[in-house]
Design a binder for this molecule. Structure first.
Ligand code: NI
Length: 174
């Protein structure tokens, strides 16, 4: 497994709409293994393929809630088929917008249809953090970032902090 570089906003690839996976083969599985490894190495709980520059409808999630034991879920071609009308707020972050967080309101439950690691069709009823995470990751597949839900003022503050972080990181490298 290889740890890949995670794209940081602003990056036009993060705005690209990803495409469905037509055939699940070793190459796709290897890509998902790399995504998971990359996510774990950055202490993330979810990652979409586009975040490592691959515009395919692939997501990996591991909430690491049960005694910190690894319990990854692989989603191939995920699709939300039902959303609750009840909404909930969660302070979201994103590996492509490191160290910055903001509250986002989303449906508190959703049903998602997807293919698993081996191509088996599944439906999951997600609630709580899992529902938030799945919706956040599926947004990535459509080129949407959580900051898009914020007011322009809040979004601009985050983008400004992000560009400052980038400059600081460059300084550290030197
Ligand atoms: Ni994200």
């Amino acid at each position: 497994m290889t740890i890949k570089k995670i794209l940081i906003e602003p990056n036009r690839l993060l705005r690209k709409v990803s495409q469905p996976v037509k055939k699940i083969n070793k190459e796709i599985q290897r890509l998902m293994d790399d995504m998971l490894e990359t996510m774990y190495s950055s202490n993330g709980i979810g990652l979409a393929a586009i975040q490592i520059g691959v515009p395919k409808n692939l997501i990996v999630i591991d909430l690491l809630t049960k005694d910190k034991k690894k319990n990854p879920i692989y989603f191939i071609n995920p699709k939300i088929i039902k959303k609750s009308s009840r909404m909930s707020n969660y302070e979201e972050g994103c590996l492509s917008i490191p160290n910055l967080f903001a509250e986002v309101k989303r449906p508190s439950e959703c049903d998602v249809e997807y293919l698993d690691y081996n191509g088996k069709k599944k439906i999951i009823n997600a609630s709580g953090l899992l529902a938030t995470c799945i919706q956040h990751e599926i947004d990535h597949l459509n080129g949407i970032l959580f900051i898009d839900y914020l007011s322009k003022l809040k979004r601009d503050i985050i983008l400004k902090k992000l560009s400052k972080q980038k400059i600081d990181q460059k300084r550290l490298v030197i």
